[in-house]
Design a protein around this ligand. Structure first.
Ligand code: SF4
Length: 189
């Protein structure tokens, strides 16, 4: 309980800082900073790419179509997404939903690292190429790491696809379903 309270305090402070952040050009075009949300008690995080239109409007991560698919995939394996802490690599929406630039990822890294420090996750699900590369290294190939849990510095990472990639692609949807089943097993383990 004390750990949770400490984590929530740290996250609140970091959120306040991010809400006034102008460290990269995305600050000029965002409507809302999308910092992250969810419970911290399970010590599990999901990290996506960047906010989209709906997230930018609401100030909450994964509330658009891809987010709804993620909710559904999680619920099929018996996980309520509110149990995990969900965020993105960058906290402000790139115009036109383009992928964030490397400079933007680097500018925003302090917030992601701060969230990791606060939540102290034992398990981190990386949703898509941007999250995989931000956490595991720029040279990382998504197809070679996808679906394979790996442990670094005592923390388990599960790289998978971004749910947006499965909206119109049944093959990717199947892969995501497989990975969510793996996620469920890791949660129990
Ligand atoms: S994306 Fe990150 S670094 Fe850039 S303005 Fe937003 S909070 Fe700051």
């Amino acid at each position: 309980m004390e750990d949770e309270a400490r984590a929530l305090r740290m996250l609140d402070e970091l959120r306040a800082k991010a809400e006034g952040c102008t460290k990269c050009p995305l600050s000029a075009t965002r409507r809302r900073v999308v910092f992250g949300e969810g419970r911290v008690g399970l010590r599990v995080m999901m990290v996506g790419e960047a906010p989209g239109r709906e997230e930018d409007a609401q100030g909450r991560p994964f509330v658009g179509r891809a987010g709804k698919l993620l909710d559904e995939l999680l619920s099929r394996v018996g996980v309520d997404r509110r149990m995990v802490y969900i965020t993105n690599v960058v906290k402000c929406r790139p115009p036109g939903n383009r992928p964030p630039r490397r400079s933007e990822v680097e500018a925003c890294r302090e917030y992601l690292l701060g969230q990791l420090e606060a939540v102290k996750p034992r398990l981190v699900v990386l949703l898509g190429r941007v999250a995989i590369r931000a956490m595991l290294g720029e040279g990382c190939s998504v197809t070679s790491v996808r679906g394979k849990p790996l442990v670094r510095e005592g923390r388990t990472f599960l790289p998978t696809l971004h749910p947006a990639s499965a909206l119109y692609n049944p093959g990717n949807l199947m892969l995501l379903e497989e990975d969510m089943a793996t996620f469920r097993r890791l949660l129990e383990g």
